[in-house]
Design a protein around this ligand. Structure first.
Ligand SMILES: Nc1nc2c(c(=O)[nH]1)N[C@H]1C(S)=C(S)[C@@H](COP(=O)(O)OP(=O)(O)OC[C@H]3O[C@@H](n4cnc5c(=O)[nH]c(N)nc54)[C@H](O)[C@@H]3O)O[C@H]1N2
Ligand SMILES: Nc1nc2c(c(=O)[nH]1)N[C@H]1C(S)=C(S)[C@@H](COP(=O)(O)OP(=O)(O)OC[C@H]3O[C@@H](n4cnc5c(=O)[nH]c(N)nc54)[C@H](O)[C@@H]3O)O[C@H]1N2
Ligand code: SF4
Ligand SMILES: [Mo]
Length: 745
């Protein structure tokens, strides 16, 4: 289907303006006023550098503070490649993380009172003594390895150091098995390198961009969105494959509304067209790859006519889009996506995407994938970490290509009646709302029930905190130092995060908690500094600058020192694969008993009256963590369920009607969700934005608003290569009446 080009969602237009326009008692307009600078006299404000923590793009920014030490604004740093001086709406609204009065305020300890469990306030000393005591206790009973760290983002890094010093490398985060792990594995197997974060996609110079379920524009990764927006202005061809007319699909030359779970068939058919119409980059393939003949034979039968009944995409559209890609080659990007844990064959689908890029000769080419360069920040000296007897990777042995811990395997090893080689007895959870971000909540809760101890470090009273024995309140990124941001990019850069104000309430930075715990555990040698800024200053001096200098600039960009950004014509290049070539056929996979070339395998279809549950991002929210943010909640306070008009007709639904959903395993949504009837979604699927449906009443704005996709994901399609948890194999049906009515009355 061809669509007309419309103006693409611009970061700037959705940025400050969007947030400032929001009404409500706690809106930015109140803080900023109405004029160009929202009524602020910028000359009267002091500014402090930071990098944004609302998502993992880590845009460098300035925090503006007035003479009463009130934060007035967070704005992009002009020097920064991640944001090019402009923050996305979430970044602009980041000060809501600071101003949210629902924040955790002081350490809390679970106690029993009159036969009921409750939290009581505690001093830091008491809470940290309790935690270090438990850590020692677990270590002496079961070994340090049995104390696991489940983490995400900045706080996790500080605790990782503590845990490794303590003797535990039982560490995992959702960024791997719930996010981009399959992509890293698929690209590494093929090119010997992953695409990293920020991705090494050269959208700036690309002529054709293919997006496979990657919804840039709703996925608001800042400079990536800006590059796409610029590319649209200069006339790039975009091909979007998505069962939903996403924002970017709406701006694409081609929207292919694929039947969900069948992308592999389309990828194989595209390879077929490129090879059999001789459109692929012959010189590139001859010079850099191995296994072409096997690939050619493999895809011989995967014609567009074969793919049509599987994917619902017409053969002429498959051919036409393949030719568009070839026309732009090598300045063409089949985007690898980011959240790619979909159907359990995700590493193989990522590999198919990598192979397609190889056929188009785009890896290492302008407008394709560039070679990034990153500055290595020297490690602050500390003794060697002790060698643990086992670690998280040992828990993931059945997934031979998992290069890092798998959250779900750490969780499984915490359940007594699961047959695992090692047992986990206690967790620290830092910066991850596990019950929302890891599927199969029932399993997570079973593990939590069996744990001897659970400590949660968070900013907000998120659901996971409700299960903790001890809760430690971290201060927000605007109130703390953190590690130096060092980015791999076209050119290397570093950025500083420093506090603009003192922590609110009785909250503390993660580095401080880690150091206190370290000292209580007799690991003081690993924390030989009084303040983390000493670590940063030492590191910056090794890099030829200093904390003082970085406070003035926030960001420092460096020249490239290593190889060139792109491959030169005919350049010899050794890929970091076993053969030194791009591996279209993988001997390694073959030896491991996996398909050496990706194969299409049919996935389960929705049963009658059920629809596949798909989900994604909204531009103004990050996962579950921003839903209660006063400013961002003003912009969007609930999600709704996208339903095709054909389906709405069958059920007699009206726009805006409240319904409940039930999945294939009988799981019913806690809260109702409003219906959005739209042609923008296929009839076999329903769609919602992830992160809503919070069930902790302490989140005054987020509680009970919308439905949680996570709650419906009880079935997990596990990737046999690397343990990724495919989340899109769940089906829901519609309940018109409140299923909780009797329980509530
Ligand atoms: N169903 C479903 N599951 C998913 C996804 C999905 O789309 N749908 N997406 C997947 C993807 S791509 C990813 S990357 C993961 C993301 O998974 P997570 O990173 O776990 O995402 P959140 O649910 O936002 O949880 C972040 C937690 O960190 C807390 N936090 C925020 N700021 C701070 C801070 O400064 N310090 C501390 N200590 N804590 C802080 C928040 O309050 C929140 O509890 O989820 C994955 N899981
Ligand atoms: N605003 C905002 N931006 C974010 C984030 C955020 O929380 N908020 N999170 C960041 C993170 S950590 C990540 S990992 C990325 C994730 O962002 P992306 O990797 O871009 O996307 P997903 O969330 O996986 O993609 C959802 C899209 O896939 C489509 N889809 C569903 N099923 C199928 C299918 O079978 N085939 C195809 N072809 N498409 C399908 C959905 O309709 C939807 O449009 O976003 C990042 N950017
Ligand atoms: S993309 Fe937005 S939320 Fe993410 S770091 Fe940048 S400004 Fe912050
Ligand atoms: Mo992610």
């Amino acid at each position: 289907m061809k669509t007309t080009r419309r103006e693409f969602i611009k970061v700037s237009s959705l940025g400050l303006g969007g947030v400032a326009l929001a009404g409500g008692g706690f809106s930015l307009s109140k803080l900023f006023g109405e004029s160009k600078h929202q009524g602020l006299d910028m000359s009267k404000l002091k500014r402090y550098p930071t990098y944004c923590d609302v998502c993992f793009w880590k845009c460098a920014a300035w925090t503006y503070v007035n003479d009463k030490n009130e934060i007035k604004k967070v704005a992009g740093n002009e020097l920064d490649t991640h944001c090019r001086g402009r923050l996305c709406p979430r970044g602009t609204g980041g000060l809501g993380m600071y101003y949210d009065d629902d924040r955790l305020k002081t350490p809390l300890i679970r106690v029993e009172k009159d036969g009921k469990q409750t939290f009581r306030e505690a001093s830091w000393e008491e809470a940290l003594d309790l935690i270090s005591g438990k850590m020692k206790d677990i270590k002496s009973k079961y070994g340090a390895e049995s104390f696991a760290l489940l983490k995400h983002g900045s706080p996790g890094k500080h605790f990782e150091h503590l845990f490794k010093a303590f003797g535990s490398d039982t560490i995992a985060e959702p960024a791997f098995a719930q996010c981009r792990g399959p992509r890293a594995v698929g690209f590494k197997l093929t090119f010997g390198s992953a695409v990293g974060s920020p991705e090494t996609t050269d959208i700036r110079d690309s002529k054709c961009l293919v997006l496979i379920g990657s919804h840039i524009g709703e996925n608001m990764h800042n400079s990536q969105v800006q590059e796409v927006s610029d590319a649209i202005d200069r006339g790039i061809t975009i091909i979007t494959v998505d069962p939903r007319l996403s924002t970017i699909a709406n701006k694409s030359k081609f929207w292919l509304p694929i039947r969900p779970a069948t992308d592999m068939a389309l990828l194989l058919a595209w390879m077929h067209v490129l090879i059999y119409e001789e459109l692929y980059d012959k010189k590139y393939i001859d010079k850099y790859s191995i296994g072409f003949d096997k690939l050619k034979e493999h895809v011989r039968k995967f014609t567009p006519e074969w793919a049509y009944p599987i994917t619902d995409i017409k053969p002429n559209q498959i051919r036409e889009t393949a030719r568009e890609m070839a026309k732009a080659s090598p300045a063409v990007l089949v985007h690898p996506g980011r959240h790619v844990t979909w159907y359990g064959d995700d590493a193989q689908r990522s590999r198919a995407i990598a192979i397609l890029n190889a056929l188009l000769g785009s890896w290492g080419k302008r407008g394709g994938f560039y070679f990034s360069e990153k500055l290595k920040v020297p490690k602050y000296p500390h003794p060697h970490y002790p060698e643990p007897n086992w670690d998280a990777k040992d828990l993931s042995k059945k997934y031979p290509l998992a290069k890092t811990g798998i959250t779900t395997e750490v969780i499984r090893a915490s359940i007594p009646d699961e047959n695992t080689e090692h047992k986990v007895k206690a967790w620290m959870v830092a910066g991850t709302n596990l019950t929302q971000s890891v599927p199969n909540k029932k399993m997570t809760l079973k593990a939590i029930e069996a744990l001897e101890f659970l400590v949660v470090v968070d900013l907000m009273p998120m659901e996971i905190t409700g299960y903790a024995d001890v809760i430690l309140p971290e201060c927000s990124y605007l109130e703390r130092y953190d590690m130096i941001r060092s980015s791999g990019w076209r050119t290397p850069s570093i950025a500083l995060r420093m506090p603009a104000v003192e922590p609110r309430f009785n909250s503390k930075p993660a580095w401080w908690m880690a150091k206190q715990l370290g000292e209580k555990l007799g690991l003081g040698d690993y924390f030989k500094y009084n303040d983390y800024k000493e670590v940063i200053d030492w590191q910056l001096k090794q890099l030829g600058t200093s904390l003082e200098e970085m406070k003035h600039v926030g960001v420092m960009n460096f020249n490239r020192n290593g190889r060139e950004l792109y491959l030169k014509d005919g350049e010899d290049y050794k890929f970091k694969t076993p053969s030194g070539k791009i591996e279209l056929y993988s001997e390694k996979l073959d030896k491991m008993g996996f398909d050496p070339i990706p194969v299409y395998k049919a996935h389960e279809k929705p049963p009658q009256n059920y629809y596949r549950l798909i989900y994604g991002r909204a531009p103004m929210h990050t996962f579950s963590k921003t839903i209660n943010n006063p400013y961002l909640n003003d912009l969007k306070d609930t999600n709704n369920l996208w339903i095709n008009p054909r389906v709405a007709d069958i059920w007699g639904l009206k726009y805006g009607q409240e319904i409940w959903i039930k999945n294939q395993d009988g799981k019913v949504s806690d809260f109702p969700v409003k219906v959005r009837i739209t042609e923008r979604i296929r009839w076999d699927s329903v769609y919602m934005v992830h992160g809503f449906g919070h069930n902790n009443k302490k989140l005054s704005r987020a509680y009970g608003k919308g439905a949680s996709d996570s709650q419906m994901i009880t079935k997990v399609l596990v990737d046999p290569l690397m343990g990724g948890t495919g989340l899109r194999g769940n089906f829901v049906t519609i309940l018109l009446d409140n299923p909780h009515k009797n329980i509530e009355s």
